[in-house]
Design a protein around this ligand. Structure first.
Ligand SMILES: *Cc1c(COP(=O)(O)O)cnc(C)c1O
Length: 302
């Protein structure tokens, strides 16, 4: 994907139907960010947008970022930089594994140089910055997952298309909370913003939002902490069955790390009458489907 003007990016907003939805008298729409690009899928395109804009404008040639073995952010960065003739470096959390994950192989395939760093040093900004200064001169650093006000500013543009649908509620999965911060920035319809953390014990969301939105939290989101299925990238049969059923009914694929958990939460909230009659709920499909490749084959029906 070359660096298209973000104002021209459109994504499909798809209404979905089921007996459960009809019975409650509500309307559910899915914001298909997963369909923007098969590699820079979903919210990653929005979060990276202004970092790449800044690098291109300032003649910076190298983008450096961080991530784990299965990071969607790393792949998105590798591909997005490659197509814009920028170099990329990925700092990887942990030793080089004997067998590279599909994610890491894809990153290498897209020309990303990988540097493995011990789990202890990985979170030490001073060590990382001094390592980078020694090896690279003209580079831009993107924090892990785009967790930065610049990432949130890009994510806020997701709401432009969403607002036209006059939602009463907007729901998203939460990793770093950068996407969530963007949604609350640009919520002209004053919809209730609902977040589903996919990590266990993510208790500092308000601090994150205040950093990401430069100390302002225009609207407090509603957070449901009970849909993480044991923690980041953890899953069980209930989650897998829910993803398979959702696909069979709506033909929308989801991933087991983020969107599968968000849609499970959404359906549970519908079942337990969280939404009043007439609600217009937009669920953001943030992409991430490549992550399913780390599941055993035949786990999913899609
Ligand atoms: C990275 C990612 C998220 C998390 O977004 P944050 O902005 O970090 O909260 C959600 N869904 C998918 C599919 C992702 O890849």
């Amino acid at each position: 994907m070359i660096h298209t003007d973000i104002n021209n990016i459109e994504f499909e907003i798809q209404q979905i139907y089921s007996d459960a939805i009809e019975k409650k008298g509500i309307h559910i729409f899915v914001g298909r960010l997963d369909k923007i690009n098969s590699i820079v899928s979903g919210n990653k395109f929005f979060k990276l947008y202004y970092f790449i804009t800044h690098a291109l404008k300032n003649n910076i040639k190298t983008i450096i970022t961080k991530g784990g073995y299965y990071s969607n952010h790393l792949i998105a960065t590798a591909y997005y930089t490659k197509t814009n003739k920028l170099k990329s470096v990925g700092i990887i959390r942990g030793e080089k594994p004997k067998i590279l994950s599909n994610t890491l192989r894809e990153c290498i395939h897209h020309g990303m140089k990988l540097i493995y760093i011990s789990r202890d040093d990985y979170n030490n900004e001073i060590i990382i910055q001094s390592l980078l200064k020694n090896d690279f001169d003209n580079f831009e650093f993107i924090p892990e997952g785009g967790f930065h006000p610049t990432g949130a500013e890009g994510a806020s543009l997701i709401m432009k298309s969403i607002n036209e649908y006059n939602p009463t509620h907007v729901i998203t999965a939460i990793g770093t909370a950068t996407t969530l911060a963007g949604l609350i920035q640009n919520n002209s319809n004053q919809a209730e913003i609902i977040g589903i953390p996919v990590l266990k014990g993510l208790n500092d969301i308000n601090e994150r939002l205040s950093y990401l939105n430069n100390q302002s939290i225009p609207i407090s989101p509603t957070i449901f902490h009970n849909y993480h299925f044991g923690g980041y990238a953890k899953y069980d049969e209930t989650l897998i069955k829910s993803m398979n059923d959702f696909y069979t009914l709506h033909k929308i694929p989801t991933d087991f790390v983020y969107t599968g958990k968000m849609f499970f939460g959404l359906q549970d909230l519908i079942k337990t009458d969280y939404f009043h009659k007439g609600s217009r709920i937009i669920a953001i499909h943030t992409g991430g489907l490549q992550g399913n490749q780390s599941l055993p084959i035949n786990t999913l029906v899609f």
